[in-house]
Design a protein around this ligand. Structure first.
Ligand SMILES: O=C(O)CCC(=O)C(=O)O
Length: 291
């Protein structure tokens, strides 16, 4: 059990860039309770769980919005099963999943933070966390390792629904951004995280949002419920002027091509390929260069 203190509410800092930057430098995160209106967040929750239901992952006599997993069913991003892949592609096809990270309330804050126009990476993640099997709980990590491009990339983590102690959620190692870029294996294995690490976490309400720097160490918390699935999304943002890794412009996990995801969307939907109209400094994919 790790000691945790609650997030500091940063709402009052939004109008003052100097205070915002001070908080960011010291803590590595920004926490905004009730930043987003509940309606689109709940609608996305409903849509993702409807997809889960179509894939036979939910208890048959339950209401999909409650996210009750079918007894004995467990899937996760790392398990490499066809069941997960098929489900995840259908989640990635949801237009709202790609539209919600563009919400004005998020972009307005990041514009102040970056002091420039914001570029929204199109590669979004849906965190679908089944209960149990804690070996798959997301270990501590820095997002710069998978994301690359500029270190001044920020992640916005949005729980799709209320998230209590049992459901878990996201915890942040307060101030870990100040340690610089660390050896990924040593972070993931907890080797360089001692007992003095100050973890921040508190229960989340639907509409709350946590933002953190790409060097800030964070982790998922175990979902210790009997049968409830935890849902969250994470999206990444940077100044439009900074370099971006070309893989950040692909679909998460490479599970599909954009053409496949866009198949059922309106032909003239402006959200399709929006990044192609922006003059970006795209770098060759770091992880493919390494292979
Ligand atoms: O939602 C989770 O369980 C983990 C999320 C996470 O690690 C991330 O957004 O990078």
């Amino acid at each position: 059990m790790h000691s945790e203190t609650p997030f500091i509410d940063c709402t009052s800092l939004i109008e003052n860039r100097t205070l915002l930057l001070e908080h960011v430098h010291k803590n590595g995160y920004l926490y905004f309770p009730a930043l987003l209106p509940v309606d689109p967040v709940i609608r996305l929750r409903q849509q993702v769980f409807n997809v889960a239901n179509q894939h036979n992952l939910l208890e048959s006599d339950s209401d999909p919005i409650d996210g009750i997993r079918k007894e004995g069913v467990f899937i996760c991003e790392q398990d490499g099963t066809e069941t997960f892949r098929r489900f995840y592609i259908d989640v990635q096809k949801l237009r709202l999943f790609h539209a919600l990270p563009h919400h004005k309330r998020i972009i307005d804050i990041l514009e102040i933070l970056f002091d420039s126009a914001v570029f929204i990476h199109p590669r979004h993640i849906c965190h679908v966390i089944f209960p149990g099997e804690y070996q798959y709980t997301t270990p501590p990590h820095q997002d710069f390792h998978p994301v690359r491009g500029t270190q001044d990339t920020w992640t916005v983590w949005t729980p799709l629904g209320d998230c209590n102690t049992e459901l878990g959620g996201l915890a942040i190692a307060c101030g870990s951004n100040r340690s610089g870029f660390l050896n990924d294996n040593e972070v993931r294995s907890w080797k360089i995280l001692d007992d003095n690490t100050q973890w921040v976490w508190n229960p989340f309400k639907c509409g709350d949002v946590v933002m953190f720097h790409s060097l800030t160490i964070h982790r998922g918390r175990d979902n210790v419920t009997n049968n409830r699935i935890r849902l969250a999304t994470s999206a990444r943002y940077q100044s439009v002027n900074d370099p971006i890794d070309e893989d950040a412009l692909t679909v998460h996990l490479g599970c599909a091509r954009w053409e496949e995801l866009y198949d059922g969307w309106d032909t003239s939907d402006p959200l399709k390929y929006y990044w192609k109209a922006i003059d970006l400094n795209v770098q060759p994919a770091y992880h493919r260069r390494k292979k």
